[in-house]
Design a protein around this ligand. Structure first.
Ligand code: DC
Length: 224
């Protein structure tokens, strides 16, 4: 039994997982883990090293040669350095979704995620946290929102980071990625049977965080 709970938050891209997962972790005094950043970092490393995003073995070997971690603020680190904005481009979104198709890659990154959450007191967000990474998570959420709302949210986020893309590009990218993430044979994006689904179309992040926090506290899962 873990001393503190694991909270799993899954859902498609642009649904606002990062904002609410971060907010929830802060509110509950837990660690925040952005699993997508691991796939993004690996896609970025592959691009640097000339490893194809289709080369499952090369990618798994690459993952084994580098150190992935998160700092106290939940920012991704690769070999001790901040991964930063370079993993947030549309190109790396596509790369992350492509490398994430390979079972060997997923296996290599699974161990890292499980180690990060082993002692609990952690909020993990991704696509398969409640189904594969921590099927025994004490609390699971699945976030949903309409494609239009998600694309607009992601576009605004990219604007804020100075990333150039039109809303149409973001919408197209998101649709393609969702199809890939939902359709892959290993660990597809799917709601866990025991996850609480939250529809975020008409709810702001603070409201979603409050709802989640009440749920976690209601489960008595926050006590040590
Ligand atoms: O959450 P994100 O947009 O940063 O994730 C980028 C890609 O990484 C996403 O399209 C699919 C992949 N991913 C995954 O397959 N499993 C996860 N747990 C998290 C991300």
């Amino acid at each position: 039994m873990r001393p503190r709970p694991v909270v799993a938050i899954d859902g498609p891209s642009g649904v606002g997982k990062t904002t609410v997962a971060r907010g929830l972790a802060r509110r509950l005094g837990m660690i925040y883990v952005d699993s997508g950043a691991l796939y993004r970092s690996l896609a970025w490393l592959a691009a640097q090293d000339g490893v194809s995003w289709d080369d499952a073995e090369g990618l798994a070997a690459l993952a084994g040669r580098h150190r992935f971690a998160f700092d106290r603020e939940g920012r991704a680190l690769v070999d001790g350095e901040l991964a930063g904005k370079r993993i947030r481009t549309l190109r790396m979104s596509e790369g992350a979704s492509t490398v994430a198709q390979h079972p060997m890659v997923r296996k290599a990154l699974l161990t890292i995620q499980r180690d990060l959450g082993a002692n609990g007191g952690v909020v993990l967000e991704g696509r398969d946290i409640g189904t594969v990474v921590f099927p025994d998570a004490e609390v699971k959420f699945f976030l949903a929102a309409s494609p239009k709302v998600r694309a607009l949210r992601r576009w605004k986020e990219m604007q804020a980071h100075g990333e150039q893309a039109t809303l149409e590009q973001v919408e197209r990218d998101q649709e393609a990625r969702d199809r890939k993430d939902r359709g892959r044979s290993v660990a597809p994006l799917i709601k866990a049977d025991d996850a609480v689904e939250i529809s975020c179309d008409d709810m702001g992040p603070d409201e979603v965080v409050a709802l989640m926090a009440a749920r976690v506290e209601g489960c008595g899962a926050t006590s040590a």
